[in-house]
Structures are given as C-alpha cells and as structure tokens.
Design a binder for this molecule. Structure first.
Ligand code: TNX
Length: 595
C-alpha cells in the first residue's frame, strides 16, 4: 500500500462570529436638512446646538425654526439603510432610490408568494437566505395576489417588458415587493434584495442588526441570455458538495449556466453504464497523483437538480476527439494503435485522441452522449473539440460533423470550443470562443453560416490565469488577469465581424491543473466572476470601472461574513474594517496522509 503525502490548503472558511456591520454615513448633519441628517442607532441622536431663546420682540429666524424641528424629530428619525439602492452586482438596468421609503424587516415579517410551485420554491430559498442571520421565523405562505404587508411579497406578474429573467423590486415603508413573469426572474430579484440588506445578512448565525433596506425601485433584466461559468472537474476532481457551493456563487451573481468539463486526459468523471471502465479506470487519476473520483449518476442528478432549483442549467462537456487519454486507458480499442496508454497525470495538452477512422469510436460517442443527454434536462451538450492537434483536416471536420449529428439525434443542441468552426454548420450550433485575438475570420465565417457564440476570451475570463506575477496558483499563458482586465471588454463587439445578435453571452472557465481545493476555486473565482457576471447581465450603459470597483468592494464583507475565500485584489477599495482573514494561504499547509 502506497502512502501519498499531499498538502491540504487551509481554507479560510472560518465564519466570523457576530459581525455587526454598520456603515451608515457619519458626515456632520446639516441642521437645515432635518429629514435626512443621518445618525446611527447606536449613538445618541445628534442634536443641533440648543436653540437660542426666542425673544419676544422678534419672530424666530428660519435656521432657528429648523433647529427646533430637528430637535423635535430627534430620536424618532430612523437611521438610513447602510446600503444604497444601486450597490448591487451585477449593476441593475434601472435604479430609482427613494430615501424617504426605507424599510426595516422586523421579526414578525412573513414572505408571501404567488400560488405557484416555482414561486413557492423561490420563497423558501429567500427564507433560507434570511433566517440564519436574522433569526426570524419568516414563514412562507401563498396567495393569489400576495401583498408585502410589512414583509416581502414575491409576485408572478404579467409584465412582458421584464422578459423571461427580469424582475421589478420595490422597497416601500409597507415592505418589499418583487414582481417577475417567471420564478427565475423572482430568484434574480431575491439575489438583488439579498445584497440590499446590511452585509451581516450573510452571517450563518443570528446577528443583532437593524435589517434596513434602502427605499425605491429597481427594474432589471439581463443583456445576454447565456451567462455561465465552467468548472474543470477532470484535472482535479471536486466532490458534489464543492460543486453545489460553486452553484451558489453563480446564483448570487445571476449566472444561469454551469458548464462541467467532465472528461480530460487526467480523468473521466461521469459514470457511463454502457462503458463502465471509463469511470472506474479512467476516473481513478488526476493531475499530480491527486486523488481521482467520478460522479455516479445519482451524484450528477443531484448537481443538476440543485442547479435547476437556482434556475441554472448544467451544460455537460465530453471532450472529443482529443483530451481523451483517460478514456483510452479504460478502452484501448479506441486508441489509433489499439494499445492502452499509461495514465496521464501531467498538464500537457494535445497528444491524445480517439481514432476517427474506427467505427467503434462512433459507438462510444453515441453511447456516452446518449447517457449524458438522458441525465441532462438542459438543451445543450458540449462536445469539446479543442486542441486535437493530431487529428487534422477532414479527419477532424468529419469526426466533428458526425458528433454534431449524434447530438442532434439526441434532441440536443451542440456546443463546442471554437475549433469546431471549420466543420459544416449544424442547426443551432454554438461555438465557445476562447481566443485571445478578436480578429478570427474562421469563427466569423462559422457565424455567417449560422453559429452563435459564447464568449470566453482567454486573456479576459480564463479564471485559471494568475491575477499577478505573485499569485500562488494558476497559469499565465493568456496573460495575467486582474479584476480590471476581467471587466474591461465588451462581449457585444469583441470578435471582429461578429454582430452582437450572434453572441449568446459569456462564460468564465476555471481550468484546474493547479487548483486543488474549494478554497482555491473560490480564490480564483472571486472577485473576477462577478466582473464577468456583470458583463453578461448589465446594460452596456452601466459599464464603468470606477463605479464597479466600489460596488465590488461591498461584496468583500459579505464573502467574509459567509466564510467564502476570495482574493483581496489591490485594485478594489475593500472597506478598511474588513478583517484580513480571507487571504488564501501560500502553497504551504498541513500535511495530510492518505492511503
Ligand atoms: C487550454 S482552452 C485548454 C485547456 C487547458 C487550458 C489551461 C481550451 C478549450 N483548452 O485544456 O486546461 O488551456 O489554461
């Protein structure tokens, strides 16, 4: 029995105890502005200087009257919400603050939801988000026409202007109302509402806090229909719980697709009944001799169901014809020479392929894609197609065209990396563009023939790239990607000669050659994933780095309160009172021993 010594990165997942965040503005009150002069609940009301005695022989001057009014109002003034209505990531389409309409959630509040199973499920999710920190019971009830009534109403409305994912959120003294045409829209509204509460709402245990919300209205809907992230579970394997947590991060920023890169040279991660050795043999390895693993069909269904509850569609990828060493170790008959290669635990690419000249290869493709399609309610099936350096010309395009027909025969829409471009068009096909130079005539030509694009420019959204030269993990072949670089590009105009209408949306891939734990996943995703999410969701008119970095800074406290690891990128003005516990440790840690 061999003993492997690995180094476990110590996760910074230590939820802080009772964090009370109260960042109400502390500017000196203007005595003439009695209605808005801020003060904090935990300090005595700021009274103006004692009003001078009113002399009988003259009428009081206006400033004196104002001072007297301010004094009378005194403690009755509620402190304003510590969050501004526009402090949301991704930036909403339209924000209309009403400082006179702040609302405070009280212990007796209820969540009232339209009578609809999907809306009720969103109501339960909202309650689950708010109960831990508030400690309030927040019962969820349904009604034909729910009203806020001092709590929160989630209402399925007939407002076609909002589209399938939009919502309208109103905060008034009577409570909160979120309206949408679908449960997905309600959930996006809920994610906005979550960010409008004080950051302590993320605490896993009750916090003594005034749960104030800024008054006003938000009307919001996405710019692009496809907003995604990819997790490579092949280079390193991540269990179901880690994937579910990543899904939570996607939902928080209104992403609606999770692309799972399920197979590669270093590991095959999904059970296939008709070719069982793919998982049992091909799944046993990972980069650097890290532990392998694979998802049973029940595991995969759990991921799909958890994502679906959050209105996130899973896009499974079986990478073909290259990136297949793990499959070849399990089934050497698919290898061009019929000989099993040794398992591969390095990080090179482009050396392996299933034999495009062997009919058995197409049985394999049809069986695998058939089983994966049957597990996947979403319409998209990703067939990879990248870096098959040894399958050239018509051997490559012929293989891709057959794979595309197999996908169509399963009733799914094919997605592939943009290397698929030279192959014949297939109805509805989607190319995932990961280039680093927007001048790409081959892809532009595929678009003219009908393809649509998901944009994942390697030098902007490859979240396996380092932030800076000293980032402890990650690559730099596509350059360093700091937060600004992840944010400062426009999916609508990025690829030359591709019109915005051909762009389905954006996706941030996380390749995991150097990523070995959930803490490291979070460190690479945050804070760049919200930048990509904003490109996918927010209207271009809101694009503004200076404003974005301020809004993003507010997320840091939330991640800390929730025990989420992130990179304190220096270009983001994180609040000074942020405890510095969220740093990923350098590549040192506690040695753990696995047999
Ligand atoms: C390229 S981009 C790859 C992956 C690697 C990644 C590392 C693409 C479709 N393929 O196989 O993991 O670079 O950054």
């Amino acid at each position: 029995m061999s003993v492997k010594v690995t180094f476990a990165i110590t996760a910074a997942n230590t939820p802080l105890g009772a964090v009370v965040v109260s960042s109400a503005p502390t500017a000196a009150p203007d005595p003439l502005d009695a209605g808005t002069a801020p003060h904090r609940a935990d300090e005595p009301a700021r009274h103006a200087d004692p009003a001078p005695p009113v002399l009988a022989d003259r009428a009081p001057a206006a400033p004196e009257l104002a001072r007297a009014a301010a004094q009378a109002a005194g403690d009755l003034l509620a402190p304003p919400s510590p969050v501004r209505l526009g402090d949301v990531v991704p930036a909403p389409e339209q924000v209309t603050p009403d400082p006179a309409a702040d609302f405070t959630l009280l212990p007796e509040a209820a969540i009232r939801v339209s009578t609809d199973a999907g809306a009720l499920a969103v109501g339960e999710q909202l309650a689950a988000l708010l109960r831990p920190a508030t400690g309030y019971p927040l019962p969820v009830t349904d009604a034909a026409r729910p009203e806020p009534a001092g709590g929160i109403a989630l209402v399925l409305d007939d407002d076609p202007g909002l589209g399938p994912e939009g919502y309208r959120l109103d905060v008034t003294p009577a409570g909160v109302r979120i309206g949408a045409t679908t449960p997905a829209g309600l959930l996006h509204g809920v994610q906005t509402l979550r960010q409008l509460f004080p950051a302590a709402i993320e605490n896993p245990t009750p916090v003594a806090e005034r749960w104030a919300l800024p008054g006003g209205s938000i009307t919001d809907r996405p710019r692009f229909a496809y907003r995604g992230a990819m997790l490579d579970v092949a280079r390193h394997f991540f269990g179901v719980d880690a994937v579910l947590r990543v899904i939570d991060h996607l939902a928080r920023y209104k992403l609606n697709h999770l692309h799972l890169h399920l197979t590669d040279d270093q590991g095959w991660r999904i059970a296939v009944d008709s070719w069982p050795r793919l998982a049992t043999v091909g799944g046993a390895t990972a980069v650097g001799d890290a532990p392998g693993g694979w998802y049973t069909k029940a595991d995969y269904r759990r991921i799909v169901a958890y994502a679906a509850q959050r209105h996130i569609t899973v896009v499974p990828e079986i990478d073909l014809p290259g990136h297949t060493n793990a499959a070849l170790t399990a089934y050497p008959e698919l290898a061009p020479d019929g000989v099993a290669p040794p398992p591969y635990t390095g990080t090179e690419v482009g050396f392996s392929y299933v034999d495009p000249a062997n009919e058995r290869t197409y049985d394999f493709v049809a069986d695998v894609l058939g089983e994966v399609a049957a597990l996947t309610p979403g319409p998209l099936l990703h067939v990879g197609g990248d870096e098959a350096f040894k399958v050239k010309g018509t051997a490559y395009t012929g293989f891709v065209e057959r794979a595309q027909r197999i996908v169509a025969g399963l009733g799914k829409t094919v997605v592939g990396w943009h290397q698929l471009a030279p192959a014949a068009h297939a109805d509805g096909r989607v190319l995932q563009w990961w280039g680093t130079d927007g001048a790409d005539p081959v892809t532009a030509d595929a678009v003219r023939r009908g393809a649509r694009l998901i944009l994942s420019p390697g030098n902007h959204v490859y979240l396996d790239m380092k932030y800076a030269p000293d980032t402890p993990i990650g690559h730099d072949w596509a350059g360093l990607i700091d937060v600004r670089r992840a944010y400062d590009w426009d999916p609508g105009t990025h690829v030359a000669d591709v019109p915005a209408e051909a762009v389905l949306g954006v996706e941030a891939p996380l390749w995991t050659e150097s990523v070995t734990s959930l803490a490291e996943i979070e460190f690479m995703l945050l804070p760049r994933l919200p930048a990509v999410a904003e490109l996918g969701w927010s209207p271009r008119a809101t694009h503004d780095w200076t404003a974005f970095r301020e809004r993003l800074a507010g997320q840091g406290r939330r991640w800390t309160a929730a025990g989420i690891t992130f990179h304190r990128a220096p270009e983001v003005p994180w609040p000074a009172d942020e405890p510095a516990t969220a740093h990923i440790p350098a590549q040192v840690g506690t040695p753990t021993t696995t047999a």
